[in-house]
Ligand binder design. Structure first.
Ligand code: ADP
Length: 400
């Protein structure tokens, strides 16, 4: 099967075209600045030159049309016609409690997605636009939704409820949902494969450390806790997001600074995290460089980040009654040798330690703990697109 994987953001569309016979990527690319000046499509066909096309890309429909044209183009295309695409898989951010698994898109599913907009007002609308655009252009091609929240639907109630009046959950769905589920699911399964052990026998802590960052406790293949909550703002200190704070700080700062709800939202989501702490950048490469040059606040931002990750790891060991493996993934987790080392300092009591030679690795699935460690530590590059393609293939196998 040939499967197109689509990830629509508010002004972008990321895509990958898979040949599922060998799970190879035939082409991938990115539409950027939709609805803005300087919009463009960057298309990378496998084994051919990258092409960049600038155009007036007013909306997601036009963006998807350009993607399909690029995929079937006489020179830089990889397909003869769009009929060769057997199915389309979409990343959808929020499935609330309605979706615990990936689903075939139907009119009923679209209605349910509309109902989820309230919980993810920034993320779900572009996902819906992408699905509608594909349905318009390829009405006969089945589409599948794969949710960031779905993997965490196995969390027990005592783990996902906040200490708020129960009505907040019943009336408004206020609870922990968790995000990055597709990534936590993929890397925990890969860890099981690398350990040559069935996932149902393992307790794994997966650390997805990118611009957005979250940790999950995966017990016997199921997510039992995760650090992001009702929204992706909770948990770790992130690039620009504050992570967990005392909720009283919010009203305190609103009063002191005279901030509106929208302004405090921007403050916590865009101006905080390691950017706010360091005053330098949200990008860990810039912060690590500044810290190496002696900048104290940059060093402090790294210290706060690493400490918080270590605290979550400790908490999840307790939540699962032990741990067999710790996995690092996403931009920072896959690439930052020094951050992995810093996080794991002090975890010796668990019976594990990083091997500095093995840890000198970037973007490659490998074990980095010392030989014979009781708890294995891994670097595993995430591949959310492949999971979306696999789910789509499985769901559509009998339809096409
Ligand atoms: P997202 O998908 O959440 O935007 P990514 O998973 O792509 O984020 O991760 C981006 C983050 O990874 C950036 O903050 C960047 O600093 C960090 N990163 C990427 N490569 C490195 C590296 N070599 N060293 C340190 N940090 C890195």
């Amino acid at each position: 099967m040939v499967i197109l994987v689509v990830n629509c953001g508010s002004s972008s569309i990321k895509y990958q075209l898979f040949n599922m016979t060998d799970e190879s990527v035939l082409a991938k690319g990115l539409v950027e600045r939709i609805g803005l000046e300087g919009a463009q499509l960057t298309h990378q066909p496998a084994g051919k030159e990258k092409v960049v096309l600038t155009a007036d890309i007013k909306n997601h429909s036009i963006g998807i049309k350009m993607v399909l044209e690029a995929l079937t183009h006489a020179e830089h295309g990889v397909l003869k016609s769009m009929q060769e695409i057997n199915a389309i898989g979409h990343r959808v951010v929020h499935g609330a409690e309605k979706f615990a698994d990936s689903v075939l898109i139907t009119p009923q599913v679209m209605d349910a997605l509309e109902e989820c907009i309230d919980l993810a007002p920034l993320h779900n609308p572009p996902n819906i636009l992408g699905i509608n655009a594909c349905a318009e252009l390829m009405p006969k091609t089945p589409q599948v939704g794969v949710f960031d929240t779905a993997f965490h639907q196995t969390m027990p109630k005592y783990s996902f409820l906040y200490g708020l009046p129960y009505e907040a959950y019943e009336k408004y769905g206020v609870r922990r949902y968790g995000f990055h589920g597709t990534s936590h699911r993929y890397v925990s399964q890969r860890a099981g494969e690398l350990m040559d052990e069935h996932i149902t026998n393992l307790r794994i802590i997966t650390c997805h450390l990118g611009n957005g960052a979250s940790i999950a406790a995966v017990k016997h293949g199921k997510s039992v806790d995760t650090s992001m909550g009702f929204t992706p703002l909770e948990g770790l200190v992130m690039g620009t997001r504050c992570g967990e704070i005392d909720p009283a700080i919010i009203t305190y700062l609103m009063k002191k600074e005279g901030l509106t709800p929208d302004q405090i939202d921007t403050y916590l989501n865009k101006k905080s995290g390691v950017l706010g702490l360091s005053g330098i950048s949200s990008d860990f490469r810039d912060i690590e460089e500044a810290a190496n040059e002696g900048n104290e606040r940059a060093q402090l931002a790294l210290d706060v980040f690493a400490y918080k990750v270590r605290k979550y790891i400790g908490g999840y060991v307790a939540a699962m009654g032990g741990v067999d493996a710790i996995v690092f993934t996403a931009g920072l987790g896959e690439n930052s040798v020094s951050m992995r080392d810093k996080i794991c300092q002090g975890l010796e009591f668990l019976g594990t330690r990083i091997d500095p030679v093995k840890n000198n690795v970037r973007g490659k699935a490998t074990e980095i703990s010392v030989d014979g460690a009781k708890v294995k530590i891994f670097v595993i590059p995430t591949n959310e697109e492949l999971v979306i393609a696999r789910d789509t293939e499985q769901i559509c196998a009998n339809l096409v």
